[in-house]
Structure formats: C-alpha cells, structure tokens
Design a protein around this ligand. Sequence first.
Ligand code: C2E
Ligand code: MG
Ligand code: MG
Length: 467
Amino acid sequence: MIDETTAVADTVAPDRAAQTERRRAACYDLLTGLPNRLLFREQLGLMLRLARRNGSALAVMLADVDDFRRIRHTLGHDCSEEFLHAVARRLESCLRSSDIVAHSTALERASGLARLYGNEFAVLLNQLAQPGDAELVAQRLRAAMGTPVRLDGVEIFPALSIGVALFPGDGDDADTLLQNADIALGLAKERGKDQVQFYRDHMNRLAASRLELEASLRHALDGDEFVLAYQPRVDVRNGQLLGTEALLRWQHPTLGLLAPGGFIEVAEQTRLIVPIGQRVLQMACSQNLSWQRAGLPPMPVGVNVSALQVGRPDFAQVVREALAQTGLEPRWLELEVTESMLMHDTAAALRSISAIKALGVRVAIDDFGTGFSSLTQLRDFPFDVVKIDRSFVARLPEDRRTAAITEAVIRLGGALGMEVVAEGVETPAQAASLLAQGCHLAQGYLYARPGAPEAVEAMLRAPALAA
Ligand code: C2E
Ligand code: MG
Ligand code: MG
C-alpha cells in the first residue's frame, strides 16, 4: 500500500521550495540579494500603517549612484555589476552600524535597504525621532562612498545623490512618498550631484517665492496643466461602483504630477483657487457626461470646493453655468465642502449651499470629524452626504474609541437621512468593520486609487470590483 503521507510530503516539499524560490525571484534583486521595488513598496506600506497607528515619523530615501553610465562604459557590463554589488554592501554595512536605526527590529532593519532599478537604491528609516536624523543617515551613506572601489585594476570613486521624503508631511502613502523622494533626488542631480536634498526644502523654496509659484499657477491655468484624477466610490457589499470623486493634479512641466497638498494653500492665498475651481467644475462635469454618453451607468461625480468659492455671491451661478455649458444634469454633481469652511460666515455659506441645493446639485460634508464636528451644522445644513475622514478609518477596527465614534456618526447620518461614506479604506478589516456598523459606501486604496478617467471607465465596464 502506498504511504499517502510520504507521497504527499514528497510532492509538497519541492512545491514549497519552488514557491519560496518564486517569491525570492519576485521580491529580491538577483545581483545584490536586496529587496526589489515590489518588496520595498510592500514593506513601506506596512511601515506606514504602523507609523500612522503609533504617530511616528519615517523617511524614504532614494540614492542614485552618480555618473553610472560613464562608470559602466569604463568598466564594461560584468565589472559594473560587481561595482554595484560593492556599493550595495557599503550601504548595507553603513545602515547596520548606524546607531539611529539600531533600535529597529530585525524586520525593520531588513526592510531598510532595497535596489529599485539599475543604479538606484532606496532606504527606509522607521521611527525617526526627528527629521534631522534622516539627514544624518543620508550624510553617512554619502560618506560610506569615501574610498574608491578597485575593480580590474581600475579605481572608481563612487558618489551618491540622495532625495528624501518624510512621513508625515511629504506624503501619506507609499507612492506619494516615493514620487516625492524622486523629485528631491532629481533636484539633487540638477544641483550638481553628490548631495542630499529634502523634498520639503524644495516645496518650501517654491512656496518661499510665492510670486514665482503664483506665476507658475497662472501659467498652469493658461497652459491646461491641471488635470483631474478620479477615485471610485463603491458599495462595500458587492464592490459596485456608485460614484467618483474628482481630485486635482498639477502636471508640472519639470516636477511631474503634483498632488494638491503642495500647491492648494498658495492657490487659496492668491485666490487663484477661484478660477482653478471653476476649471475643475467644468472638467468634472464634462467628464461625467462623457461617461454617460459612452453608455456607462450614470453616477454622481464629487468635486471639492474651497471656502473662497462657496463664499462668493455668484457661486451658485458659476455652478449653474458649468452644468449648462457641459449639459450634465444637476443630480449627477456633488459638491464637497469641509466643516471649517462653513464656520467663517455661516449665514453666507448657508445661503450659498441652499442655492446650490435648489439647482438640484448634491452637497457633501467632507473630512467629517477633523474640524468642529458641529452638530448644529449637521442639523442646519441640507447635506446629502457625510464623509467620515480617513484618520478615523485608519484606526479601525482595533481602536475601540474610534469605533464608537464612527458607529455614532454612521447612525447619526442615517437618522438625518444622509448617505454616509467612509474615506481612506485600505484594508478588508476596515471595510468589514464599517459594514458591521452599517456603512456600506466607501472610497479608498482597497478598491482603487485616484486614477485617469480611463481607469474608471474600465472598472465600470467590468462586471464588479472585488468586494
Ligand atoms: P479629500 O477631498 O478628503 O480627498 C481624499 C484624499 O485622500 C485624496 O488625496 C485621496 O488621494 C486620498 N486617499 C483616498 N483614498 C485613500 C486611502 O485609502 N489611503 C490614503 N492614505 N489616502 C487616500 P489628494 O488627492 O491628495 O487630495 C487631498 C485634498 O486636497 C482633498 O482631500 C481635498 O481637500 C483637496 N482637493 C483635491 N482636489 C481639489 C480641488 O479640485 N479643489 C479643492 N478646493 N480642493 C481639492
Ligand atoms: Mg473630498
Ligand atoms: Mg476627505
């Protein structure tokens, strides 16, 4: 008789080995043995979740070996691979000996260094006591290149350009942090290589010269550099797409795609947010109508509006014109306002919002819970939708106090006849917990990131998203 256990064990063991081998090949860089981009991004996501929960800071650094093309030309293919290997070992030993990361756990230390592409490495620093620590580590990495690498009788002096993005502050998610570290890296290269640049400094420099930024914003408006990303709103129960939110992006000619965090404040200070907001309204309405014309099921598009727009007496007129010019029915437009913007001049805001409601446009209260969370506002303003801020969702399901608050807001919204949408849902556990509390509308990376209109279209044409 065949011994089934042995037979199974015999087939399982090589399977497991093959699986481990496949994971290694998928997640690690063959040349250096370091994690690759895929694994680095995954670990960064994990560390961000921990950092958010613990309220700690972290840094993402991108380190690029300067003049690598020239080095490769000098050394030839095989030797330049050996050279990169040597650089990787130096970076690794430098991070190991660094007292700043010495308190990290084994996992954290293992996730510290990765090779993303050819000559580009990434470093993740967890639990930063202060942003200055990131500078210290970056300078050490540069200093570790201080002696030449000798290969085949040739001496090469490696140098590094390093770009740094910090959490919180420079981005909230792995992709934004990587993108901003990359912008900072670009700046380090532009300024003569062999140096460290922080993304923050860069944005501050931009903001410091407000006139310059104002001019670029004006130019962006004239040159159609503003684009919209759309993030789906889904039914948690079945993954069905029930709406989208339009999110502003600036396709900057040299800095790449910028999220609103970097420029909206200046747009408000200079009041350029008024014409920009008008453009956003037009673009979002016209996009929504083209989805409908393409035969996709009609759904509302959410548009964020600034207090400066809502406060203007002609605001309802501007909204009416955007609808008339594009031909979108008012019920497919939803304006998102935040609590704080209603506080300055409550009477004027109420007039403005009532006028918009009279057009048949829906109104949502955004980021609920982060401002004054005023019950009077919920009572007095005719909101159709209340959006629970993602800082609450991020603490679900573990944090009982947060869960008590979200549950109460969900009930309250329901009792007031409002739809309740949870923002920033990133994990199945968060979705399950919201559903158990009676909230079945959500937005978040779990379902989809903000993306180009084509991505939404593809989703709408697909039968349903994974629930
Ligand atoms: P918001 O209206 O609360 O938009 C949601 C923000 O959360 C977006 O960031 C979105 O990308 C991000 N997000 C969505 N799902 C997740 C998730 O699962 N995890 C995490 N960590 N983040 C998620 P974004 O696009 O950077 O926008 C930031 C804010 O900028 C918006 O917050 C809104 O207040 C403002 N904004 C965006 N577009 C416009 C606009 O056209 N006009 C005005 N006045 N403000 C805008
Ligand atoms: Mg919003
Ligand atoms: Mg929000």
